[in-house]
Design a protein around this ligand. Structure first.
Ligand code: HEC
Ligand code: HEC
Ligand code: HEC
Ligand code: HEC
Length: 193
């Protein structure tokens, strides 16, 4: 106890003997170090391998592996964070903070058996849909762009719908996730495609 109290007092003692410059330098170096560590942590937690540390019993990954987003003709793969984590900036930091809920969920084991996963699937899916709706399917658009689509090569219905919603404005405008659910995972039972 004594040691801790002394350390505490030392920490808060005015720095009579340290030049302000030294304090500043320590602060800057410490701050820079913190940013580096923080960014490394962000990078390391933004991989499929990291996600499957918890989502290890594999439902999400197994399902993804059967879709075109995992294996396709052109060799572009969508990893878990590509669809679920904002690309950068404040939205990304906030998403990472919100993931603290996942850690708690892990500790309490809310999806640690296939049965529990199925029981929670609809609720989880609804959460994802709501997020995607709110961002106008931002994560989809980091790969897909209507302006880069060659509509002639798409089937007629797709080309027609896409070109129509490209022109639409306002709140009623449909977004990718309105029409494309279940592209990476099995739809919750009872939900129509
Ligand atoms: C520490 C363990 C853990 C890690 C690591 C983890 N998850 Fe989760 N995840 C969970 C648990 C538990 C749930 C169940 C619901 C809850 O508690 O949020 C969940 C729920 C989800 C959901 C559905 C609900 C929601 O919040 O949107 C998505 C999507 C998801 N995780 C994606 C990911 C992705 C992508 C990664 C990697 C960037 C990841 N998870 C890493 C444990 C984890
Ligand atoms: C990492 C890039 C990437 C992201 C992120 C991504 N996609 Fe894709 N998507 C692709 C590629 C590449 C293909 C082409 C696969 C093929 O047909 O060869 C594709 C194919 C598709 C297809 C047609 C094949 C199918 O599975 O039906 C749809 C629909 C689609 N994406 C919708 C979406 C939606 C909706 C999102 C967001 C939830 C999304 N994509 C996110 C890269 C991505
Ligand atoms: C109003 C409904 C609707 C919306 C909104 C919509 N799509 Fe589609 N899309 C379709 C239909 C219908 C098809 C054809 C059947 C299918 O693949 O599901 C299609 C097909 C596709 C394909 C496959 C094209 C092919 O020829 O293989 C991709 C990729 C795709 N959509 C991406 C997107 C993306 C990305 C968004 C958002 C930027 C989006 N769509 C928004 C209805 C929609
Ligand atoms: C191509 C985009 C895409 C990729 C890649 C992707 N997801 Fe998802 N994920 C979705 C969408 C869209 C939903 C919402 C439910 C639906 O429509 O299937 C979802 C839903 C979920 C859910 C909620 C349960 C469910 O089945 O609906 C979890 C958990 C999840 N994803 C985890 C992951 C993990 C872990 C990975 C990597 C192994 C991953 N996702 C890769 C698009 C993606």
């Amino acid at each position: 106890m004594n040691v801790i109290r002394r350390l505490w007092m030392w920490l808060w003692r005015p720095s009579a003997r340290l030049a302000v410059g030294v304090v500043l330098i320590i602060g800057l170096v410490g701050g820079a170090g913190g940013i580096v560590v923080f960014n490394m942590a962000l990078a390391n937690t933004n991989t499929t391998a990291f996600c499957t540390r918890c989502h290890e019993m594999g439902t999400a990954l197994n399902e993804l592996q059967k879709t075109k987003h995992y294996l396709n003709r052109v060799g572009v793969r969508a990893e878990c964070p590509d669809c679920h984590v904002p690309e950068g900036g404040l939205p990304k930091y906030l998403a990472k903070l919100a993931a603290a809920k996942d850690v708690w969920g892990r500790i309490t084991g809310v999806i640690d058996t296939p049965e529990k996963y199925e029981a929670l699937r609809l609720e989880m899916a609804k959460g994802v849909w709501a997020k995607m709706k709110a961002t106008d399917s931002r994560e989809c658009r980091s790969c897909h762009d209507f302006n880069a689509m060659k509509f002639d090569d798409q089937d007629k219905t797709a080309a027609k719908k896409h070109q129509r919603i490209m022109k639409e404005k306002g709140d009623e405008r449909k977004t990718c996730i309105d029409c494309h659910q279940g592209i990476a995972h099995t739809l919750p039972s009872g939900v129509e495609e």
